[in-house]
Design a protein around this ligand. Structure first.
Ligand code: NOJ
Length: 551
C-alpha cells in the first residue's frame, strides 16, 4: 500500500462547498448563518466524512451579488453572525479534524466599500486609482456612437448584462464593473491594491483559516490600454456577454505575478491552500494557473465537467484532455457543481446523478462537492416574482438561462415545515424544492438505498483506498464496440491495490467485454444493490449503473 502520509490534506481530502445563505438558519430570519453551520458540522464530519469546507462569502456586504460584493474584507456580515461566531466555527471545524477555507473576492469590491467611497469622492482622492475611472469617449472619435452621444471608454460588457461601465455624475467619469454596477473592479496594476488585498488575506491566515478559494482569479489584471474587445465569431446570439472575446479583460499574462504573490503569502503559513476560480478556459490555459514553477494555485478549479453535455463522449474527452494537459507535479482536481451552475442531478438527469458522483469521487485528484448534491437535489424553478439573482433580474428574458437562484435553494434537512432549514414560521429567502418531504437528509438516512447512503459509502471507500486518493489513472478500451460507445471504464492503482470504475452512460444494459482475467469484487454499486464476486470477462452494467470493482 502506498504511504498516504506523504500527501497533503488538500490532495487526499474532499472539499465541500457551503453556500451559507442556504445551508442552515439558526436565528429564524430565513437566511442561513454561521451558528447554523456550526449546528451541522457533525453532519459534515460524521455523516458525510468531509475533509474541508469552503464557505462562500460571509463578509459584510450590501448583498447585491449575495456576498460577492464585499464592503469589508476583514469582517462578518451581521446577517451571518459575529466574529465570535466565526472564531467558534473555525475552532469547532478544527476540533473535528476538518479544514475551513474562505472565499476571497479580490477582483471587485462593493460600491459601499470604504475604498470605493473614497475613490469616488473626488478625482484627486489618493484612492482614485485603486479603481478604473475613465472619461467618456466623445462620439465622433469612438466610431461606435450612432446618435452622436458620448459613450463608455470601451466596448467591454458586464457579465450580468449591459456595458461594463457606469457613469458617475459626481466626478463626471465612468468606472469599470465586470459584474453588477455595485461591484466596481479594483486595479491590481496598482501596488497599493495588491498590498491591501494581501493584508486582508493575512488577517484570516493569522486567525488560522486553512486557505482561500479566490473568486475570478483570472480577471484581476486588465489590459493596460483598456482596448476594445473583438467580436466573438462563434457567438450564438443568445447571451450578450458572450458576443465579445474577453481577451483584454481576462487571462492576461501579468495576472500570474499577482497570483504568485498570493501563493507566497499562503505558503508562508504551514499547510494552507490556494484554490483559484478559473472560468471557461481551455485546459492548456487553465493549467498555466498552477504556475510555471508550480508557484501559483495549488488547485486551479477545473470546471471541465461543468461546461459539457452529460454524454460519455464529452465526459471522457474532457477527462483525457485534462489528464494530458497537466504539467508534471500538478495535482488534478474536479468539480461537478457550485452555486453558479445548474445542479448535477438536473444536468445529468436523476437516473445518472449517482454515476456522476461516483465519477467525481473516483477520478484522480481533489473533488469539490456542492452542498445538497449528496441528496440528489435538483434545480428549483423560481417564480418570476421571487427571482433575485442579478443576471436574471437585469435580463428577465434570459432569466431561465442565466439565473442562479434555482441551484441556491435551501438545504433539505427533514420533512418538517421549511425542511428544517429555518424555523417553521419563517420565510426562507428562496423557496424550498417542492419535493423536500421526500428528498431530505433525515429520510435518506433511514433509507438504506438512498442517494445519501450511496454517497456516504462512496466517501468512506475513497478515504480508505490509496488507489482512489493517490493512485494512478488509466482508461480502458472495451472489447465490445457498443460498450465502448456507452460505458466509461478506468483503472486506479496504488502499489498492490487495483480498482476498476465502470460507468454506464446509457439507459440499456451493457456487457463490457473486459479483457481482464479472473474475478473481481464489487465494492459499491450506484443503486446499492450489487456486491460481491464477479467474473470480469462476463461482467455487464445495468442501465445508468456505476460499479466500483476491486481487482
Ligand atoms: C464568481 C462567483 O462564484 C459568482 O457567484 C459571482 O457572482 C461572481 N464570481 C462575481 O463575484
Amino acid at each position: 500500500m502506498s504511504d498516504n502520509s506523504k500527501y497533503l490534506w488538500w490532495q487526499t481530502g474532499v472539499v465541500y462547498q457551503i453556500y451559507p445563505r442556504s445551508f442552515m438558519d439558526a436565528n429564524g430570519d430565513g437566511i442561513g448563518d454561521l451558528p447554523g453551520v456550526i449546528q451541522r458540522l457533525d453532519y459534515l464530519k460524521e455523516i458525510l466524512g468531509v475533509d474541508a469546507i469552503w464557505i462562500s462569502p460571509i463578509y459584510p456586504s450590501p448583498m447585491k451579488d449575495f456576498g460577492y460584493d464585499v464592503s469589508d474584507y476583514c469582517g462578518i456580515h451581521p446577517m451571518f453572525g459575529s466574529m465570535a461566531n466565526f472564531d467558534r466555527l473555525l475552532e469547532e471545524t478544527h476540533k473535528r479534524g476538518m479544514k475551513l477555507l474562505l472565499d476571497l473576492v479580490p477582483n471587485h469590491t462593493s460600491d459601499e466599500h470604504p475604498w470605493f467611497l473614497e475613490s469616488r469622492s473626488s478625482r484627486n482622492n489618493p484612492k482614485r486609482d485603486w479603481y478604473f475611472w475613465r472619461d467618456p469617449l466623445p462620439s465622433p472619435a469612438n466610431g461606435r456612437g450612432a446618435g452622436g452621444e458620448d459613450l463608455p471608454p470601451n466596448n467591454w460588457l458586464s457579465c450580468f448584462g449591459g456595458p461594463a461601465w457606469e457613469w458617475d455624475e459626481r466626478t463626471g467619469q465612468y468606472y469599470l464593473h465586470t459584474f453588477a454596477k455595485e461591484q466596481p473592479d479594483l486595479d491590481f496594476r496598482n501596488p497599493e491594491v495588491v498590498e491591501a488585498m494581501l493584508d486582508s488575506m493575512r488577517f484570516w491566515l493569522d486567525k488560522g483559516v486553512d486557505g482561500f478559494r479566490v473568486d475570478v482569479i483570472t480577471g484581476m489584471i486588465k489590459d493596460a490600454l483598456l482596448r476594445d474587445e473583438p467580436a466573438n465569431p462563434a457567438w450564438d446570439g443568445v447571451e450578450p456577454f458572450a458576443s465579445l472575446q474577453h481577451i483584454h479583460s481576462s487571462n492576461l499574462p501579468e495576472v500570474h505575478e499577482i497570483i504568485r504573490r498570493m501563493r507566497a503569502l499562503v505558503d508562508s503559513y504551514p499547510q494552507r491552500v490556494l484554490i483559484g476560480e478559473i472560468f471557461a478556459l481551455p485546459n492548456a490555459e487553465l493549467v498555466k494557473y498552477y504556475g510555471a514553477n508550480l508557484d501559483e494555485c495549488h488547485l486551479p478549479f477545473n470546471f471541465g465537467l461543468i461546461w459539457i453535455p452529460w454524454t460519455l463522449e464529452a465526459v471522457r474527452g474532457k477527462i483525457e484532455d485534462y489528464e494530458a494537459a497537466l504539467p508534471p507535479g500538478a495535482w488534478p482536481n474536479w468539480v461537478l457543481g457550485n452555486h453558479d451552475q445548474p445542479r448535477i442531478a438536473t444536468r445529468a438527469g436523476r437516473d445518472r446523478a449517482r454515476a456522476a458522483a461516483m465519477l467525481l469521487l473516483t477520478l484522480r485528484g481533489t473533488p469539490t462537492w456542492y452542498n445538497g448534491d449528496e441528496l440528489g437535489m435538483e434545480n428549483v424553478t423560481i417564480p418570476p416574482e421571487l427571482v433575485q439573482d442579478p443576471p436574471a433580474v437585469n435580463q428577465p428574458e434570459l432569466a431561465e438561462l442565466l439565473g442562479r437562484d434555482p441551484e441556491r435553494t435551501p438545504m433539505q434537512w427533514d420533512d418538517s415545515p421549511n425542511a428544517g432549514f429555518t424555523s417553521a414560521g419563517a420565510r426562507p429567502w428562496l423557496p424550498l424544492a417542492a419535493d423536500y418531504k421526500q428528498v431530505n437528509v433525515a429520510r435518506q438516512l433511514e433509507d438504506p438505498r438512498s442517494f445519501l447512503n450511496f454517497f456516504r459509502q462512496l466517501m468512506a471507500l475513497r478515504k480508505s483506498s490509496p488507489a482512489l486518493t493517490v493512485g494512478s489513472y488509466r482508461s480502458l478500451e472495451l472489447g465490445s464496440p457498443e460498450a465502448q460507445a456507452n460505458c466509461f471504464v478506468y483503472e486506479r492503482q496504488a502499489e498492490d491495490q487495483r480498482l476498476l470504475v465502470a460507468l454506464n452512460f446509457s439507459g440499456r444494459e451493457q456487457a463490457l467485454g473486459l479483457s481482464l482475467p479472473g474475478n473481481g469484487t464489487i465494492l459499491l454499486s450506484t443503486g446499492l444493490d450489487r456486491e460481491g464476486e464477479i467474473d470480469l470477462s462476463k461482467f455487464s452494467l445495468a442501465p445508468n449503473q456505476g460499479c466500483l470493482i476491486l481487482l
